[in-house]
Ligand binder design. Structure first.
Ligand code: OOB
Length: 542
């Protein structure tokens, strides 16, 4: 088993400790401390459940003991795929306490992705819900176990069928191991998958807690704050920016929404007096629209964070008038760096920029194709290094060569410029992925699935601007001679590949061939750019 590690050079690690960024705290310690300070304060509200900090700690410790009693050993990886339910927290804090390493999958992921995460992480167990959104995860678990005998245990929230129910874990507490070391990897987060399949992102207690703590401060979370988790909590944004972990850090209350639409979220805001939440841009637009006609009183909402994809200034400008709250833009990535507009920033910065980094020690380089700095204020590729940005993906030497400079800067793939105030404005990106309502889809990954269809000779997937989603995916497909696959058939094929539904191309266009230049074959990257341009030009004249 490849060791799980995240190594900063000694001099930088020493600097991050001396500066007080890495405090030596672990997530287990944090929860114990909070539960001791506020045993009866409500920590998590979801469905009919209202758990106090004390409840959460007790459940987490029971789960930690139960998982170890099953035979899992500290250091084992556990793929966790749970929706926004209170058990999510009991499970992840249980895993932290047992020194087991969660791998955070999203509820939308299907067998193909889960198998990939489990294989890459060399996982020993899988935790899922019985069902959610009409999907039975126990069926997925069966296929996962058949494909990967290394998965020794499946733990299910709800009716477990032949698997182990979370509520029925062995009760024999035994002795819990000592806490993890703060420099240990606490969990593996999933990358947006800009090239090929998603990569695993190892985050340590020290580095992640720093970003959580500072995020909570920047967003002024305290015991009176109520954070609505509208997006899936396994994603880095609602998890830690400041998200649910920031809320627990600050003694706030988490309210879990099973779905992010206004019809579910607004009644929860009204009932629980939610003060802050985070959304992706398409949802923010939907909420602004809904606020005009929905009956609920959402005036408790003080801060709406928007991130995950570019929020256009025209929309950003309307937030205060239409939702009656303050906007905060968040530009972050699961690999680390998170930028915020600050709560006392002038409107111009809040509306027109994606904020500035959390840390004075977040190093930002904006460079050209040859990694040379561009003139100040010009757009360029964003590279970054700092106290909570990873130095390498887990178990992926090839990706690491591409994604990091030799001096440890992460190549974000984003094209940004910097304002005189030091705020970043996202201009676009250099990598070929589709940012579909904040979900990152790798063009390459979808092309691979399409190419596996017997009628497909070649396929190129591009992003197309979309008024509702920000971007949608469009696949250009060349059929084999004599074959005429229908777009609906190819979409059906994608669904059968057991991938997350958001990866099924929104649009499929059959074309007789792809343009090549006189010089010969052009790169796939150039091809994607040309197909996109031609398609958009044709649409305009149509
Ligand atoms: C967040 O994390 P990921 O890992 O799903 O995606 C990161 C990528 C960034 O590299 C950038 O391309 C895009 O998402 N992005 C934005 C953005 N926020 C993220 N692009 C334009 N404007 C923004 N405000 O998406 C994420 C993680 C933590 C906090 C917030 C978002």
């Amino acid at each position: 088993m490849k060791p799980l590690e995240q190594i900063w050079p000694d001099n930088l690690a020493a600097r991050y400790r001396t500066a007080g960024y890495w405090t030596g705290e672990t997530f287990s310690h944090m929860l114990r401390e909070r539960a001791a300070r506020w045993p009866d304060r409500v920590a998590v509200v979801g469905g009919e459940e209202r758990w106090t900090y004390g409840d959460l700690l007790a459940r987490a410790e029971r789960i930690a003991a139960g998982l170890l009693a099953l035979g899992l050993r500290p250091g084992d990886r556990v793929v966790v795929q749970l929706p926004n339910i209170p058990e999510f927290f009991a499970v992840i804090f249980g895993l932290f306490r047992a020194r087991l390493i969660p791998v955070y999958a999203l509820p939308a992921h299907r067998l193909t992705e889960i198998t990939h995460f489990a294989r890459k992480a060399e996982a020993a167990a899988y935790v899922c819900a019985e069902s959610f959104g009409g999907f039975d995860y126990r069926g997925l678990a069966r296929e996962l176990c058949a494909a990967l005998p290394a998965i020794r245990h499946v733990v299910v929230v709800g009716d477990a069928a032949e698997f182990t129910p979370l509520a029925g874990l062995p009760a024999d507490a035994g002795r819990l191991p000592p806490d993890a070391a703060p420099s240990d990897v606490a969990f593996l987060q999933i990358s947006g998958g800009s090239t090929g399949l998603s990569k695993l992102i190892p985050r340590t207690h020290d580095d992640y807690l720093y970003s959580v703590r500072e995020s909570a401060r920047i967003c002024r979370l305290d015991e009176n704050s109520v954070y609505l988790a509208a997006l899936p909590v396994a994603h880095n944004f609602p998890m830690s920016s400041p998200g649910v972990l920031g809320a627990l850090w600050a003694g706030s209350r988490i309210v879990l929404a099973p779905a992010p639409g206004p019809e579910v979220a607004f009644p929860l805001i009204a009932r629980e007096k939610v003060t802050i939440t985070g959304l992706v841009p398409p949802l923010a637009l939907l909420w602004m629209q809904a606020a005009k006609s929905r009956p609920e009183d959402i005036s408790s909402l003080e801060i709406l964070q928007v991130g995950g994809a570019k929020f256009m200034p025209e929309a950003a400008r309307r937030v205060r008038a239409e939702l009656g709250c303050q906007l905060q833009q968040v530009f972050g990535m699961a690999e680390g760096l998170v930028n915020y507009t600050r709560l006392d920033d002038p409107d111009s910065l809040v509306v027109e920029t994606q904020g500035r980094p959390i840390s004075p020690d977040d190093e930002i380089r904006i460079v050209d194709e040859a990694d040379n700095p561009v003139p100040e204020g010009e757009p360029g590729h964003l590279l970054t290094r700092g106290p909570y940005t990873i130095r390498a993906y887990h178990n992926d030497d090839q990706a690491n060569l591409r994604a990091f400079t030799t001096d440890g800067f992460y190549r974000t793939g984003d094209v940004v410029k910097r304002t005189p105030e030091g705020y970043l404005v996202v201009q676009g990106r250099a990598t070929d992925h589709i940012n579909r309502a904040g979900e990152k889809i790798s063009a390459e990954e979808i092309e691979d699935h399409l190419l596996a269809h017997p009628d497909v000779f070649d396929a190129v997937v591009v992003s197309i601007p979309d008024p509702a989603l920000g971007e949608r995916s469009c696949a250009f497909v060349i059929a084999h001679a004599g074959a005429e696959p229908r777009p609906a058939t190819l979409k059906g094929w994608m669904r059968q590949r057991d991938v997350a539904a958001f990866k099924v191309p929104d649009q499929i266009v059959l074309v007789p061939g792809f343009e090549t230049t006189a010089v010969g074959k052009i790169s796939r990257k150039q091809l994607r750019a040309r197909l996109r341009e031609t398609f958009l030009a044709e649409q305009e004249t149509a």
